[in-house]
Design a protein around this ligand. Structure first.
Ligand code: FAD
Ligand code: SF4
Length: 506
C-alpha cells in the first residue's frame, strides 16, 4: 500500500493550489489543520483578523472534505490542543504514523523558527509571482534595492501589461496621474457585503469569548472567508471601483474608509485569491477598454511590484532586519494609537476606522499614523507591534518591511531611498480632514499649530546630518537652512513640549 503523507495547511494557506497539496492522494493522505492559541496572541491581533483566519480555515477544511479529502482539524477549543504548531504536528504524527510530513514554507520567520524541530519536508510557496530565489538573484550585487526596477523585471517576467518588450502605453509607471484628492460630490461605491454564515458566526462567538479584550470591534465583520466570496469581491472591485482607483489612490476623506480601494489584501494574504488571478482580471478589464491605463497599471504595480518586493526583501533580510533602529527612535507609543483621541482629526479618523473595520488604506497607514510615528521618533518595536495587531491583513512578512522600512525608515534606507516624512500640507492636499480639525494646518508655531508641521521640521533638523548626503532630501534641508534660526528653535521647542505632553501607553 502507498505510504501515507500528512499534508500541513497553515492558517494563511487556504488555497487549493497550495504546493503542500500537490500530488495528494485522497484515498491515503491526511490534511492537518491546526488552530493554535499562540497564533492569536503572539501579538494581540484584532478580533476581526482572528475571526477571518479561523473562518477561512474552517471553510477550507469543509471544502476539502466535500472533495473526499480526509482532514484532521484541531479546533481552538479542543481540550487536547497543545496550542503550538510543533507539538500539534508531533501529536498528529503519533495519530497517523505518516511516512512523510509535507508543508508549504510558512510566510513568517517566527513560524518557521517555531517549527524548526519538526521533520517537515518544506516546499516553496508557489502562490507568489516571484519565488524567493528569483528575488535573491535579482538583488544580488545591487547597492540599492528599489521597487521600481524590480517591478519592471516582474513585468517582463510575467508579460503583464507588456507589448512585446515594451510596457503598454510606453511608460512603466503612471503614478504622476494618481495623486488627486477626492472631489466634492464624488461618492465612492460601497464595497460588497458578506454577511457571516453559520461557520463565521460560530467563530465570532469563540473569538468574542476568548479575545474580546483585544483592540478592535468584532461586530460589523465583513471579510470574504471563501475563495468564491473573494472572487466576487474582486469582480465587484474591478467593475465598480477600479476605474477610479488610480486617480484617487492617495486620497483621504472624512467618513470614507475605503474610497476606491480593493480590500483584497485579506483574501490574498490568506490564500483565498492568488496574485496572478488578480492581475489577470485587472489586465483583462484594461484590454477590454473598461478601465484606464493609469488605474490598471497603478493597481498591478501594488500587487506585482510592492507585494512581491516586500516579501522578497523580508526573506532576504530577516532575521536581522527587525532589530534595526537606524534613526535611534526610542519614544514610547502614545496611548492615542489605542483610543483614537489625539485631537488630530486625520489621526483619529485613521485609528478610529482601524478599530472599527480592521482596515485603513495605504496612505492612512503610511502618511498619517506611520508619518506621525516617524516624525515623533517612536520606538520601532512598538510601532511594528501596533501595525501587526490592528489590521485584518497583517502578517509580519508584509507588515514589517512596510512599517519598519517604508513608514518609519528604521532600516536606514534598505526599503526606500528617503523617509516618507511630510508636514500637515500633504495631509491637507490629499484630504478634507484639516477643515474640521481643531488644529490649524497653516500654522507651525503658536496656539493651535498643526502638530505635523512642527514635528516635521523638528524631524528634519534632528536628522539633518544623517540626510545631508541624500539627494532626495536636498529640498527640505535647503528650506531648513533658509529659515531663521529662531523660527527653527521655536518649532523644535513646540515639538518637544507637544511630545512631552503626549501620554504613553501605560
Ligand atoms: P489596495 O490599495 O486596493 O491595493 C491592492 C493590493 O496591493 C493590496 O490588497 C495589497 O495586496 C497590495 N499592496 C498595495 N500596497 C502594498 C504594499 N505597500 N505592500 C504589500 N502589498 C501591497 N499590507 C498587508 O497586506 N498587510 C499588512 O500588514 C500591511 N501593513 C502595512 C503597514 C504600513 C505601515 C503600510 C504603509 C502599509 C502596509 N500594507 C500592508 C500595505 C497596504 O497598505 C495594504 O496592502 C493595503 O492598504 C490593503 O488594502 P487594499 O486591499 O484595499 O489595497
Ligand atoms: Fe491632521 Fe494637522 Fe490637518 Fe489636523 S490640521 S487634520 S492634525 S494635518
Amino acid at each position: 500500500m502507498k505510504p501515507l503523507s500528512l499534508r500541513l495547511v497553515l492558517g494563511d494557506q487556504c488555497s487549493l493550489s497550495l504546493s503542500a497539496l500537490e500530488g495528494l492522494d485522497p484515498a491515503r493522505d491526511v490534511v492537518l489543520m491546526m488552530e493554535v492559541q499562540a497564533e492569536c496572541t503572539h501579538v494581540r491581533h484584532h478580533p476581526q483578523k482572528i475571526a477571518l483566519v479561523l473562518s477561512a480555515m474552517r471553510h477550507f477544511a469543509e471544502m476539502l472534505r466535500a472533495r473526499s479529502i480526509s482532514v484532521d482539524y484541531v479546533c481552538l477549543d479542543d481540550p487536547a490542543n497543545t496550542h503550538g504548531f510543533s507539538s500539534e504536528v508531533a501529536r498528529a504524527i503519533s495519530r497517523h504514523a505518516p511516512e512523510h510530513v509535507i508543508g508549504t514554507q510558512p510566510s513568517e520567520w517566527r513560524v518557521l523558527e517555531e517549527m524548526e524541530g519538526c521533520a517537515v519536508d518544506w516546499r516553496e510557496d508557489t502562490r507568489f509571482l516571484a519565488d524567493t530565489s528569483f528575488f535573491r538573484r535579482w538583488a544580488h550585487g545591487k547597492k540599492q534595492l528599489r521597487m521600481e526596477y524590480f517591478y519592471r523585471e516582474m513585468r517582463r517576467a510575467t508579460g503583464l501589461l507588456m507589448q512585446g518588450e515594451q510596457p503598454v502605453g510606453g511608460e512603466w509607471n503612471y503614478d504622476s496621474d494618481n495623486r488627486k484628492p477626492l472631489p466634492r460630490g464624488l461618492a465612492p461605491p460601497a464595497p460588497p457585503r458578506f454577511p457571516p454564515d453559520a461557520i463565521t458566526r460560530e467563530v465570532m462567538a469563540l473569538v468574542a469569548a476568548r479575545f474580546g479584550n483585544h483592540f478592535g470591534r468584532l461586530e460589523g465583520f465583513n471579510w470574504p472567508v471563501t475563495a468564491a466570496e473573494a472572487q466576487n469581491a474582486l469582480a465587484r472591485f474591478v467593475a465598480e471601483r477600479l476605474p477610479l482607483f488610480g486617480d484617487h489612490q492617495d486620497a483621504m476623506a472624512e467618513g470614507e474608509a475605503t474610497l476606491f480601494h480593493s480590500l483584497i489584501s485579506t483574501s490574498l494574504n490568506t490564500g483565498l485569491l492568488l496574485p496572478r488571478e488578480v492581475c489577470d482580471a485587472v489586465e483583462a478589464a484594461y484590454r477590454a477598454g473598461l478601465v484606464p491605463l493609469n488605474a490598471a497599471e497603478g493597481f498591478i504595480r501594488q500587487v506585482l511590484g510592492w507585494r512581491e518586493f516586500v516579501r522578497g526583501l523580508y526573506w532576504l533580510k530577516m532575521p536581522g532586519y527587525k532589530a534595526l533602529n537606524a534613526l535611534d527612535a526610542h519614544r514610547p507609543l502614545p496611548e492615542f494609537y489605542w483610543t483614537a483621541q489625539s485631537g488630530m482629526r486625520c489621526m483619529d479618523a485613521a485609528i478610529g476606522q482601524t478599530r472599527d473595520l480592521a482596515y485603513a488604506h495605504h496612505i492612512q497607514r503610511l502618511m498619517v499614523t506611520g508619518n506621525f510615528a516617524l516624525l515623533a521618533g517612536i520606538e520601532p518595536d512598538a510601532v511594528n507591534d501596533w501595525y501587526l495587531c490592528v489590521y485584518a491583513d497583517a502578517y509580519e512578512w508584509v507588515e514589517l518591511p512596510n512599517t519598519h522600512g517604508m513608514a518609519i525608515h528604521a532600516d536606514g534606507g534598505i526599503m526606500a531611498s528617503k523617509p516618507y516624512a511630510a508636514s500637515g500640507a500633504y495631509i491637507n492636499r490629499m484630504s478634507n480632514h484639516c477643515a474640521k480639525c481643531r488644529f490649524d494646518v497653516k500654522r507651525a508655531t503658536g496656539e493651535g499649530a498643526c502638530p505635523f508641521n512642527f514635528l516635521y521640521w523638528d524631524f528634519i533638523a534632528r536628522h539633518a546630518g544623517r540626510f545631508a548626503s541624500n539627494p532626495r532630501m536636498a529640498m527640505p534641508l535647503s528650506t531648513l537652512r533658509k529659515m531663521a534660526p529662531e523660527r527653527v528653535a521655536e518649532m523644535r521647542a513646540e515639538a518637544s513640549k507637544f511630545l512631552d505632553n503626549v501620554s504613553p501607553l501605560t
